[in-house]
Design a protein around this ligand. Sequence first.
Ligand SMILES: Cc1cc2nc3c(=O)[nH]c(=O)nc-3n(C[C@H](O)[C@H](O)[C@H](O)COP(=O)(O)OP(=O)(O)OC[C@H]3O[C@@H](n4cnc5c(N)ncnc54)[C@H](O)[C@@H]3O)c2cc1C
Length: 265
Amino acid sequence: MTDVQPRFHREVTRYDLVSRSLTVSRVERVAPDMIRVTLSGAELAGFASTGPADHVKVFFPDADGVFHTRRPDAEPTGPVILRDFTPLPHDGELALDFYTHADPGPAAAWAQSVSVGDAARIAGPRGSRGVPADVSRVILFADETAVPAVSRWLELLPASVSVEVIAMVGDGDWVADYLGATTASVNVVGRDADTALAALSALAPIDESTFVWAAGEATQLIPIRRHLRRELGLPKEQVVVDGYWRRGAADFDHHAPLDPTDPEE
Ligand SMILES: Cc1cc2nc3c(=O)[nH]c(=O)nc-3n(C[C@H](O)[C@H](O)[C@H](O)COP(=O)(O)OP(=O)(O)OC[C@H]3O[C@@H](n4cnc5c(N)ncnc54)[C@H](O)[C@@H]3O)c2cc1C
């Protein structure tokens, strides 16, 4: 007999934190502003990621091409440059999709300059949080940086769950192609939170078996979370809102509060 989990329960799997030295095996443009860098190598053995919103830390080299990492037994020998990315494991390789935004930091710049055969380094994931149990419908708000995670939600959710994507992207013609054959409905609304919330209100009401996930620019997500949690009164296990980056902040920490002025954070 299998255990019946309470609604919205998400299985947590923890992994040892492993840092992996890999090689770039392919570089492809998978959308006008999205570059897929595929990594391979013997150190991918044992890599696991079973959660739709997992992330790995991707290290970037300094100006001399040297990767500096934090090791428990030694001080780093130079600047440790890392950013969070969604792992897309497939057939023994690991793809990372980089949105080439207008103000590229080390991550977006690396994706645009890297070549097959170059060295790459990742660490993690530290753990995976699986898809929620016992849901019939999932609504996903996602900007460009979260569209790779949407592809993982579509891959990991049972086919019986209906998925509605509210894509908060600048130019959205590519999103349906990027996501490939899917039964999900994809509504491209632009980056503005009010327009995204108008798109939400045009959908069927959120019922007790609907889970909502939102990720993208932190400031744009504040009104979305407020609407879901305060105006609709959804309990916290039914809603996850994750700031993947913040305008004007390099190396934004997604554990930081979305809204530092909100005492209820
Ligand atoms: C859990 C998680 C998963 C993520 N998965 C992905 C993923 O799969 N693909 C992906 O592309 N990103 C992903 N991100 C977002 C990514 O980590 C950030 O966008 C990161 O800041 C990019 O690093 P950078 O070096 O290019 O820019 P930074 O050096 O961090 O920032 C430089 C400047 O660029 C701005 N900036 C950063 N990101 C954007 C953006 N998207 N649009 C416009 N301006 C921006 C910053 O505000 C800053 O002013 C994820 C983030 C998290 C927390």
